[in-house]
Design a protein around this ligand. Structure first.
Ligand code: DCP
Ligand code: MG
Length: 659
């Protein structure tokens, strides 16, 4: 049904059915945004060609001008005028120019070593080896959009979940409930006999004006002549609210977006992608079956990957229509829970909640190296950029005003098939600075180098996590410090339990190596919440991929990071080279291939000694790394001091990088 208005006539049948199929109790559940409520209304909003629109608005180009956002030679966002030329994300900048010579190709902003901030640069596409993509411009716009959506909806009735850089879910249930009661006073109750299981009166048979929405056709058994029930009215009101939200985004920020309105997140998300750009699709409860049957189930969240492949292989189809014919028991060959989940999912059931957390849980800055990098100096140059990138995002999060602050820093390093990660706490007693992040990151890198073969390195990434609120709890900067007994307990644990556990869980061969090597012991990661040696995998295609770097709302430190038993095993299988080099410093034979790595190991060792010496010369209170201004002997690498602050009386800082 594509008409913009739907006239509902009162039928003789409806006069006979004077009660709604919904009860007063279910109406009450709507006010609570109860996920089981059959009247529930969810909207998914997704910006059209988001990065491309950001660039169009920033550059002030006309709306019909073809424009694409370029990253190195590839295109990552293509506006709708360009899509008419048959362009997709798979094509290169050169191919795009051929298809449409007048297309504007705007390269993403980049960080460049030596510059203090990211910038749009004409020559960025030539600098894949030395620049790093910055998503800050899009993140900032994304924040504005979320803030505006929240302003548009009533403060006490909103549930807004940021689901990605350009998408949000809105649970409009409570808001729609209040509008229903306002418009239809007969719903205000009390229910007959005060019994909440009583059915509601039917809605008036009236015109449901769907305005310019795209209405999904009804299921076969249903006709437009059937009188509407409250679920139709609720979804109609939700679509009105959605239209207002979209109009506000358009008017105030100039962006168009598409939306899906339905009874749950899964259907709303499929709906927003159904008709683009600048449209909204309504999937009424009576249309769900019809809507879904045309889909391939691989389009549904969680069915795009391996599980989807397994289902295709097992049942020899990728369509929902075919799978609907498969009985539950057969689906449960995939496992009881998976089968049940699949059975209800393809029938349009999804009780997942719209989760209104919007605070960022972690931030990641990463780069894939093609070709790989081979020296500590090169890696350190990237760490400087990562630290600047992450710090500027922390500033946006209010770290300078002490609103929020990360607690941990992670470094992931990929060498060949092996990814290792190291984690350390960020000292909480003083102002977070870019330099502090950089110094800590460098120390984590030193740990990786000491631990095994580090070069050539194909991927490096730095992330911060464990954000904590500061000011909201009335904590001053001192609030981030750990006091008295709590500090003692943690320090005790830090010095004994965690480290011992880390050693105990290591493979035997590796443990022996560690025991015999005091420096290695020094660098055993502490407070590592990710398995015995902190080894983790970071999928290669994630690094430097803008879409993958958005970690708002993420409960994991960074997505797709899996604790890796294989990583631990792999670390003891270093390739042996036949030719050796004699190291004058330690007077041992070192495989030639490992020479630069071995030298870096010495550097790390010296760094370690310096830190130990400094710790000894200070009080017995364990304290965070205080990098010295001295140059590390023999390597000429400057190690700058992070500005420090004294510890308040009765407070202790956690040790960092100390064995
Ligand atoms: N993005 C990316 N790489 C990808 C996918 C997306 O860099 N493989 C970025 C660019 C997009 C933004 O994320 O503009 C949002 O992704 P969407 O999938 O929503 O795509 P668009 O918003 O560009 O287009 P659409 O109108 O289809 O939503
Ligand atoms: Mg989009």
């Amino acid at each position: 049904m594509s008409s913009s208005q739907l006239f509902i006539a009162s039928s003789p049948l409806s006069t006979a059915r004077r009660k709604s199929k919904f009860t007063f109790r279910q109406l009450g559940q709507l006010a609570q945004s109860n996920t089981q409520c059959p009247l529930r209304v969810i909207t998914h909003v997704d910006l059209d060609a988001f990065y491309a629109q950001c660039e169009m608005v920033r550059l002030g180009v006309p709306e019909d001008q073809p424009l694409a956002v370029q990253q190195w030679q590839g295109l990552i966002a293509i506006n709708y005028p360009s899509r008419k030329y048959g362009m997709g994300r798979h094509i290169t900048a050169t191919e795009a120019k051929k298809l449409c010579p007048e297309i504007v190709l705007q390269h993403v902003a980049t960080w460049r070593e030596g510059d203090e901030k990211w910038a749009y640069r004409e020559d960025a596409f030539k600098h894949i080896a030395t620049d790093k993509v910055s998503l800050d411009p899009y993140r900032l716009e994304s924040k504005k959009i979320i803030a505006l959506i929240k302003e548009t909806l009533p403060e006490n009735l909103q549930k807004v979940e940021k689901a990605g850089i350009d998408e949000v879910f809105l649970d409009l249930s409570a808001h729609v409930h209040s509008l229903l009661l306002e418009r239809y006073p007969e719903l205000q109750g009390p229910p007959p006999y005060d019994d909440p299981t009583e059915n509601l009166p039917r809605p008036p048979s009236t015109v449901l004006d769907w305005n310019a929405d795209h209405l999904v056709d009804l299921d076969n058994a249903e006709t437009e002549e059937d009188d509407p029930d409250w679920d139709d009215v609720a979804i109609l009101i939700a679509s009105e609210v959605t239209r207002k939200v979209r109009a506000a985004i358009r008017e105030k920020l100039k962006y168009t977006c598409s939306a899906g309105v339905a009874r749950n997140k899964m259907l709303a998300k499929l709906g927003s992608a159904y008709k683009k750009p600048n449209q909204q699709t309504i999937v009424r409860n009576r249309a769900v079956q019809q809507f879904l049957s045309d889909y391939k189930f691989t389009k549904i969240r969680n069915l795009g990957g391996k599980l989807g492949d397994d289902v295709v292989a097992m049942f020899n189809t990728d369509t929902i229509k075919d799978l609907l014919a498969v009985p539950l028991q057969q689906l449960q060959r995939l496992g009881d829970d998976t089968g049940s989940w699949l059975y209800s999912t393809i029938r349009g059931e999804d009780n997942s909640e719209v989760n209104p957390r919007t605070a960022i849980k972690s931030m990641l800055s990463a780069k894939s190296f093609r070709p790989s990098i081979n020296t500590f100096e090169q890696a350190v140059r990237w760490l400087r950029i990562f630290a600047a990138d992450i710090f500027s995002r922390c500033v946006e999060e209010g770290v300078l005003e002490n609103k929020r602050r990360p607690k941990t820093l992670n470094l992931h390093h990929r060498q060949g098939a092996q990814t290792r990660s190291r984690q350390g706490p960020i000292p909480q007693g003083k102002q977070l600075t870019e330099q502090m992040l950089f110094e800590l990151a460098k120390n984590l890198l030193a740990q990786v180098i000491v631990d095994g073969r580090a070069w050539p390195c194909a991927n490096l990434s730095l992330s911060v996590g464990g954000f904590e609120d500061g000011v909201s709890n009335n904590k001053g900067i001192g609030g981030f410090l750990i006091r008295g007994d709590e500090a003692k307990a943690l320090l005790h644990q830090d010095n004994n339990t965690s480290r011992r556990d880390a050693v105990d869980e290591e493979p035997l061969a590796k443990r022996r190596k560690t025991e015999n090597n005091p420096i290695q012991r020094f660098f055993i990661p502490q407070e590592n919440s990710r398995g015995s040696n902190g080894d983790e995998y970071l999928p290669e295609d994630e690094a430097d991929n803008p879409a993958a770097l958005e970690h708002n709302n993420s409960t994991e430190l960074s997505p797709d990071l899996l604790p890796s038993a294989q990583g631990a095993a792999a670390s003891s299988l270093h390739l042996q080279s036949i030719e050796n080099y004699f190291c004058p410093r330690c007077k041992t034979q070192v495989p030639v291939d490992n020479r630069s790595e071995h030298e870096d190991w010495h550097y790390a060792k010296e760094l370690a000694k310096e830190m130990q010496a400094e710790d000894r010369s200070n009080s017995s209170t364990p304290r965070p790394v205080q990098p010295s201004t001295k140059q590390a002997k023999g390597r000429g690498r400057p190690v700058a001091t992070a500005p420090g602050k004294g510890v308040e009386k009765g407070q202790k800082r956690l040790a960092f990088g100390k064995g």
